[in-house]
Ligand binder design. Sequence first.
Ligand SMILES: Cc1cc2nc3c(=O)[nH]c(=O)nc-3n(C[C@H](O)[C@H](O)[C@H](O)COP(=O)(O)OP(=O)(O)OC[C@H]3O[C@@H](n4cnc5c(N)ncnc54)[C@H](O)[C@@H]3O)c2cc1C
Ligand SMILES: NC(=O)c1ccc[n+]([C@@H]2O[C@H](COP(=O)([O-])OP(=O)(O)OC[C@H]3O[C@@H](n4cnc5c(N)ncnc54)[C@H](OP(=O)(O)O)[C@@H]3O)[C@@H](O)[C@H]2O)c1
Length: 466
Amino acid sequence: MTRPFRVAIVGAGPAGIYAADLLTKAERDFEVSIDLFERLPTPFGLVRYGVAPDHPRIKGIINALIKVLDRGDIRLFSNVDYGTDITLDDLTDRYDAVIFSTGCITDAALTIPGVDLEGSFGAADFVNWYDSHPDVAQDWPLDAERVAVIGNGNVALDVARVLAKQADDMHVTEIPDHVYEGLKSSKVTDVHVFGRRGPAQAKFTPLELRELGHVPDVDIIVYPEDFEFDDGSLEAIESSNQVKQVAKTLTDFTLREPTGAKRRLHLHFLHAPVEILGEGRVTGLRTERQELDGTGNVRGTGVVTDWEFDAVYRAVGYAGTALPQLPFDPRKGVIPNHEGRVVDTLDQAEAAGADLVPGVYATGWIKRGPVGLIGHTKGDALETIGHILGDRNAGVLAEPVFPEESAIVDLLESKGVDFVDWQGYHRVEAAEKAAGEAEGRERVKIATREGMLAAARDEARAQSVS
Ligand SMILES: Cc1cc2nc3c(=O)[nH]c(=O)nc-3n(C[C@H](O)[C@H](O)[C@H](O)COP(=O)(O)OP(=O)(O)OC[C@H]3O[C@@H](n4cnc5c(N)ncnc54)[C@H](O)[C@@H]3O)c2cc1C
Ligand SMILES: NC(=O)c1ccc[n+]([C@@H]2O[C@H](COP(=O)([O-])OP(=O)(O)OC[C@H]3O[C@@H](n4cnc5c(N)ncnc54)[C@H](OP(=O)(O)O)[C@@H]3O)[C@@H](O)[C@H]2O)c1
């Protein structure tokens, strides 16, 4: 093959960008040519629209991803939605291999009565609002004084911290005006986080948990009766430094005296949600007391508590969504795959023995499910890229009909898809930094699709791709 090996990557979050980076750097004796497609006007996925705005160090990972795309050997087509703007056939006709890295963008379901009441919110929706995702409404009701957050993962911590933090302490970040004004209007006094298991089973990471203890004007309150450690818990503490640190930080919180801060953040353990209470709108949450069963798992005790709340946030994990023309396992919320090779089954558990969908691969959260940090998507990418190179070298990939680099540009233009290229991203970034500079902040995010597209088009698409 004298032409470059053509690879399309759908989804420009960290998983997609790491896959592109690793493929360009992989040891090989042939040329590669990679195109990255992203439905939003900007890349970076949850690093831009998930990581909390008051975590600038983690947001800074974007700078490393920018360096990858600045090299100029990977083309970016943003504002292109797989499923409406392009199809699987469009891609397989033009590329030797197609990688899906579309992530997980919705809340996992919590199937208890009352989830649909007004005032019951999914964490993903709230995160989208405070991270100013361009496709969501700009208003968010923050009229609740007493709020429950269900879940004991880092997203629950993010949601609880953003709810408890004073708006002025968030204003130094990149949040746009509507988010600042919304947070400023918040009437919240008490945020209660509920874990269904014990302190040693919380999925918090130590740094994020310790940070809670330093939020200005917020008292952390924990309840000694929730501090149960069974054999399974002690084993987990012994075998994992992370669990040990989390358990220690939580235990240290029991020694803190309230300071009379304006807001309080309560951490409860061994309370499983049973029902969100209310008629029409949320008035409370019913939980059932749990006890550890010796292995770190829990069983119900039958003892229920009714708590008064004005709003309930459900932070019980994210979920992937099905993509057109591709198999999907609704239980796992992933594209079924064996080590990144997409397979023709609807059950990930059967992936190892299933037929391959030739030339189609997955990486990141849509490959593995919504668990793990940004850095973990590098390992995913490594495995997937290894198989792509292996399949290419084994000669099992079909020859695309239109392998020329110009073919996709022609297709998008013929369909009237108004894609944004990498230079367009730099113009969005420049506009956001200019808006920030005017207020003495590093950056202020543009909050609408129209605003982003207008910024991206600021100059004619002179150095067009291709
Ligand atoms: C609220 C939240 C906060 C987090 N904070 C941290 C943190 O502080 N530190 C940390 O290490 N990890 C954090 N994580 C985890 C981290 O975000 C993930 O590990 C990582 O983003 C997963 O990468 P991904 O590329 O698989 O998915 P994503 O980041 O979701 O990227 C997927 C991309 O695909 C695009 N896409 C989806 N569908 C289509 C389509 N049909 N066509 C085209 N493009 C499409 C999306 O727009 C998105 O840009 C957080 C996760 C959440 C949910
Ligand atoms: N700052 C950061 O580093 C950061 C920030 C945000 C997210 N992330 C990462 O992103 C990933 C996703 O985070 P996440 O918080 O969405 O998921 P997660 O870590 O899987 O946590 C989900 C939580 O929801 C609970 N849960 C699930 N179903 C429940 C139910 N029916 N009733 C009550 N509780 C239920 C789980 O409890 P059980 O354990 O009992 O199942 C768990 O405590 C994680 O890897 C996380 O570390 C990192």
